[in-house]
Design a protein around this ligand. Sequence first.
Ligand code: OGA
Ligand code: MN
Length: 218
Amino acid sequence: MIDVAHDQLFAEIPFVENPVYEKIIHDIAFQQYSIIDDFFSSEIVSHLRQSLVAKHEDDRFKKAAIGNRVNEHIIKSIRGDQILWIDEKKANLAEALFFTQINDLVSYLNKTCFMGILHKEFHYALYPKGTFYKRHIDTFQNDDRRKLSFVCYLNDQDWTPENGGELVLYLDDNGVDTEKVIYPFPGRIVIFESQIIEHEVKVVETERLSITGWLKTR
Ligand code: OGA
Ligand code: MN
C-alpha cells in the first residue's frame, strides 16, 4: 500500500509552458498582434463552419450594427457583415470545443501575464460577396473593456487571395505607418490589441466566414 499524503500528490503540479501561447504573448508584447495558423484543428474548423452555415440558413443572423442613431444606409457604407452571437451556455459540440481552447488560452494569459481577462464575447460573422468593413478601432463606440480582439477564419480549405476580404492592420512601426495584410485562411487566428490597432476588412469577392470575439477586462 503506497501511503502518499494527498497534499504531497497535488502540491506541485508543474507549470508547463505552451509554445503557441508563448508566441502569442511575445508577439502581442512586441508588435501588438499575433497570427497563428492551425490554432484550431481542421476538424473543429470544419464543424464550426458547418454550424455557421446551418444557423445562417436558419435565418438567425442579423445585420451588424455600429452603435445607436446610425441609419441602415450609413451602416452599409461602413460594414456589410451579418452576425450571430454565440452563447457559451448553449454551445453545440463544435462551439464547446472552441470555448475549451479559448478558456485555456485565457487562463494561461491571466496566469502568466496577469492580463485580468474576466469576460469574453464571440459572434459568427458572414460577409456576403461585395461587402467590407471600413477602417475602424474595436473600442470606438462599443466597449472600452475590450482588451484583445480575436478573429478565427472558417473559410473553405481552397480559399485563395483572389477571394479578397483581407484583414489589414494599420500599424505604427517606430513612427512609420505600415499596413499588415492578412488573408483569411481557414484555421488561422489573429489576435490584436483592441484599443490600439486600427484595421479594416477589404471587399469580399466570395462569401467570407469567421468567428470574431473580444477578451475583456472588468
Ligand atoms: C470586426 C473585425 C476583422 C475580420 O468584426 O470588428 O474587424 O478579419 N473583423 O473579420
Ligand atoms: Mn474590428
